[in-house]
Design a binder for this molecule. Structure first.
Ligand SMILES: [Ca+2]
Ligand SMILES: [Ca+2]
Ligand SMILES: [Ca+2]
Length: 404
């Protein structure tokens, strides 16, 4: 049931925020087990955000040299990689930055460009849309969501936590100084022809992103952000020469990072945006790929860290889901970590949880005796980190070793 929480919540949200909270409470008390798909391993996309090589004018057209030089992300796929749900239209994003802004450009093929919502901060995914999710510090909490339709109407909100964890939010929450424009390549809301698609071009000032990341902005070379990009696509019929949304049909969700479940609010399944000065030739990358010799040492180091620590991050989320399931099915938190099958704990990782009446505080790190097997970085450091997570799903990474 929880898989519908995003859609249900936002439908309720358009009428009442308190209704949404009640719905979350109802779902949290639902003893139905969390679907395994939600924690099944999913491929993790990685892309580089490189420094813009020319100025960018926000007009919806990605014609500037900066966009031409930026290589596109991997193409979007079904949010849960379900057989038979492959996208019928192609989508990719490009990301560049300069000293003032983070720039996001999306190219969406679309044979029927359609949009109806004109009121700012309305629930935009009721139309076909493009969506951006940014969790700069990667802690799964306090992340920003942006949605826009082909009329250029957009909605922004900040979630303190994902819906599954109660989702207190600021809605709407429009980032100051953001510029955004769309361009339709075809005719809007005219079913008599076949369109090519539409593009989104946006510039987000670093100054408005500071509250999501305590590190320096623009990010230093090699810094990684958690992010996702998504596209909601509704089945359309043509009635009296007009598009009509089939409200009884399920929408498609095409995403950059598959979450494995029809719920985009699973930040633990989003992809990595790695900041770099130089544009790489290939940006359609996955965490399973090998680093390229053409990348800078800082970027290689980040990439290897992300690979190396992925199993620990998975462990933390496996524990989180097991503990949440235990609580929803028995009414109490587990007394210790023995409910977690041992195969979730990677070799050489020490894991423990401090259980208390109202939840827990869990931590995982490479065991001291295994530090020799930790990741050797390009600069000769041994990279180790301690991860912690609490029962509200707040993940933190603490660097504990950096030995030359
Ligand atoms: Ca432009
Ligand atoms: Ca965050
Ligand atoms: Ca058209």
């Amino acid at each position: 049931m929880k898989i519908f929480v995003r859609v249900c919540c936002l439908l309720v949200l358009s009428a009442s925020l308190s209704g949404c909270a009640a719905l979350v409470e109802l779902l949290e008390s639902d003893p139905e087990p969390e679907p395994w798909a939600s924690i099944a391993p999913m491929p993790t996309p990685v892309m580089f955000a490189s420094r813009a090589e020319s100025s960018i004018r926000i007009d919806g057209r990605l014609r500037e040299q900066a966009w031409q030089n930026a290589s596109p992300s991997s193409e979007f796929g079904d949010i849960a990689l379900r057989p038979g749900h492959d996208p019928t239209e192609k989508t990719s994003v490009r990301i560049v930055w300069d000293d003032m802004y983070l720039y996001i450009g999306a190219i969406m093929e679309e044979s029927d460009v359609w949009a109806t919502l004109t009121e700012q901060n309305s629930v935009i995914f009721h139309d076909n849309d493009f969506e951006v999710f940014l969790d700069p510090d990667g802690d799964f909490h306090n992340y920003h969501e942006f949605e826009i339709n082909a009329l250029g109407t957009f909605w922004e909100l900040t979630l303190e936590r994902p819906y599954r964890d109660g989702a207190p939010m600021t809605n709407p929450d429009n980032l100051p100084g953001m510029e955004v424009a769309v361009q339709v390549d075809g005719t809007l809301n005219d079913p008599s022809d076949e369109d090519s698609g539409w593009t989104v071009e946006m510039a987000i000032p670093w100054s408005s992103l500071r509250r999501f990341d305590s590190r320096a902005l623009p990010p230093s070379q090699g810094v990684a952000w958690l992010a996702n990009f998504s596209r909601v696509e509704w089945p359309l019929a043509v009635v009296a020469d007009q598009y009509k949304k089939d409200v009884n049909s399920e929408e498609s969700n095409w995403t950059w990072a598959p979450t494995g479940i029809v719920d985009i609010h699973r930040p633990e399944r989003w992809g990595w945006l790695v900041f770099t000065e130089q544009a790489p030739e290939n940006n359609a990358l996955w965490l399973d790929d090998e680093p390229s010799p053409a990348w800078s040492p800082e970027v290689v180091e980040t990439f290897l860290q992300l690979k190396h620590e992925a199993s620990i991050r998975n462990l933390m989320m496996a524990w989180y889901y097991h503990a949440a399931h235990h609580r929803s099915s028995t009414g109490s938190w587990p007394v210790d970590t023995s409910i977690l099958p041992a195969y979730w704990i990677p070799e050489g990782v020490c894991f423990n949880a401090d259980m208390h009446d109202n939840g827990y505080f869990a931590e995982a790190r490479r065991c001291r005796s295994s530090i020799g097997g930790a990741q050797e970085s390009q600069t000769g450091h041994v990279l180790t980190a301690r991860y912690t997570i609490d029962h509200l799903g707040h993940l933190e990474r603490h660097v504990i070793q950096s030995i030359r």
